[in-house]
Design a binder for this molecule. Structure first.
Ligand code: FES
Length: 87
């Protein structure tokens, strides 16, 4: 995969990943409201649905996740991704 990862959120908002530490940090830079609490991979509040693409972990994940769920505080995109934030 080459190029800067593109992140699409809730089917309409698209931006480019600027190599922040985590997906959560990237959302915050874009001023996209994302829920968080611990930022350490153990509370689960930052769960989002990964619709397309792949992410890689940047820290240990200590909560159970469904197959299509990721923790925004604990991963970063490996390439273009599409996610859906909870309501
Ligand atoms: S903010 Fe707690 S797991 Fe991400």
């Amino acid at each position: 995969m080459s190029g800067i990862p593109r992140i699409k959120v809730n089917h309409h908002h698209t931006f480019y990943y600027q190599y922040e530490f985590s997906l959560l940090d990237a959302l915050e830079v874009q001023e996209i409201p994302a829920q968080y609490n611990c930022r350490g991979g153990y509370c689960g509040i930052c769960k989002v649905r990964l619709i397309d693409g792949e992410v890689e972990d940047v820290q240990d994940i200590l909560v159970d996740l469904a197959d299509d769920e990721i923790l925004a505080c604990s991963c970063r995109p490996k390439g273009h991704i599409e996610i859906e934030l909870p309501d």
